[in-house]
Write a protein that binds this ligand. Structure first.
Ligand code: GLN
Length: 403
């Protein structure tokens, strides 16, 4: 729909980077309209994970070097901001921006062995970010270390008159001090995040990380986020409903693609949207419109909003009980090969992959994925820290200590 489209103004995040002298090298690939968890559904084709060509992985898979056997075993980057993660991971740039509505910055960061940071909702302006779910979208930051993420956050954060949801005083600059003593910290481990689909390797890195905090004197406690199991379904109802509304602007008239049919305006709308959207986007528009039908609205949309509040309150309760940060996995497993990813129903797989990340967006909290170790396959695994709303600096300080 927006192929070749050049916007007439810069997003606030882009303008703030330019104002500070940043060099913008290019735009990166992603799933169409940021819908996905694999970066396999983009209009420019799927994004390849640079780790597919790492020595460790090739040796483990006994794969031929890049070029000889290229199409057989390459790995997905995760998504939807997979192009940004690949660009940072392959050292082509210092940092990249992504968007994070349900995990799209943290998920590819984990799969590409880099830091992926989703700031608190309201800390960074969304002006110019194409909306997926307005009440959950946040521009994300992808870097190779936590300090770099804090540097970029310092440039981006702050009130923007063009985004009324941004807070007045972000408490800049975000300079991270080195934490030398973690003994005053209380780390929460949500018991509902120990799902059966979690790979045993990720699980063992998760518990090793908890042990590390404990051995350094931090208090590590098991906590409960009781509404976790509703999170994916709730996100799905809210996301598709907002998509149905947000995508209505792409009608072939104002901007973007327009088909050649000119029999009637309605026929032009329909053909433009059929040609301009992939089936993931079209599927979500249809599903969302179903949830928004007069007879379904109360049963689905309103109910999902109430469940979202319960999910957000779970976090409030845990933080009110004295927990400083939560420690969780970022993804169920390391990156999988593309051919494996598309074998199953891609969308089901995408939905499952967001189990650890989506609830955070529904609660508007800051969260960061930090690379922890390499798996047996020689691939990166990330762990996630979740902080209190607007305690982004504290969150990043803990993540920096850990990395
Ligand atoms: N995977 C989720 C989705 O498809 C999240 C996407 C995102 O954060 N942009 O909606």
């Amino acid at each position: 729909m927006l192929k070749g489209y050049v916007p007439p103004y810069n997003a606030t995040v882009v303008q703030r980077l330019l104002d500070q002298g940043a060099v913008l090298m290019g735009k990166t690939n992603l799933d169409e309209f940021a819908m996905g968890s694999g970066s396999t559904d983009g209009v420019f084709g799927p994004v390849k994970n640079p780790w597919s060509y790492s020595k460790q992985y090739r040796e483990k898979r006994k794969q031929k070097p890049h070029g000889e056997n290229e199409d057989s075993n390459w790995l997905i980057t995760g998504g939807s901001s997979g192009g940004s993660a690949a660009a940072v991971s392959a050292f082509t740039c210092f940092a990249a921006l992504g968007s994070d509505t349900g995990g799209s910055t943290r998920n590819p960061a984990a799969h590409c062995g880099i830091v992926g940071f989703k700031p608190s909702y309201g800390l960074v302006s969304r002006h110019g970010l194409i909306p997926l779910v307005n009440s959950m979208d946040v521009p994300g930051i992808l870097t190779r270390c936590v300090d770099d993420a804090a540097t970029v956050l310092g440039v981006l954060a702050g009130h923007d008159p063009k985004d009324s949801t941004t807070i007045q005083d972000p408490g800049k600059p975000f300079m991270l001090s080195s934490l030398t003593d973690v003994s005053k910290l209380c780390i929460g481990i949500p018991k509902e995040y120990l799902v059966p689909e979690l790979s045993s390797e990720v699980r063992s890195f998760w518990s090793k990380a908890a042990n590390l905090f404990e051995s350094e004197g931090a208090k590590v406690i098991e906590v409960s986020l009781p509404h976790t199991s509703y999170s994916i379904v709730c996100y799905h109802v809210l996301c598709t409903s907002e998509v149905a509304s947000n995508m209505a602007r792409f009608d072939g008239l104002e901007y973007g693609h327009r088909c050649d049919i000119d029999v009637s305006t309605e026929a032009m709308y329909a053909a433009t949207r059929r040609e301009g959207f992939n089936d993931v986007v079209r599927g979500r528009i249809l599903t969302g419109n179903f949830f928004l039908l007069k007879e379904n609205y109360a049963n689905y949309f309103i109910k999902a909003q109430k469940v979202r509040r319960l999910i957000a309150n779970d976090f409030v309760n845990v933080f009110n009980s004295g927990v400083d940060v939560l420690l969780t996995p970022t993804t169920l497993s390391e990156a999988v090969p593309y051919l494996e990813f598309i074998k199953e129903d891609n969308r089901t797989r995408s939905a499952q992959d967001d189990i650890f990340t989506q609830a955070v967006n529904m609660a508007g909290l800051p969260a960061v994925s930090v690379p922890v170790a390499l798996s047996n396959q020689g691939l990166p695994v990330g762990l996630q820290f979740i902080g209190r709303a607007f305690c982004d600096q504290q969150l990043l300080t803990v993540a920096k200590w850990f990395e």
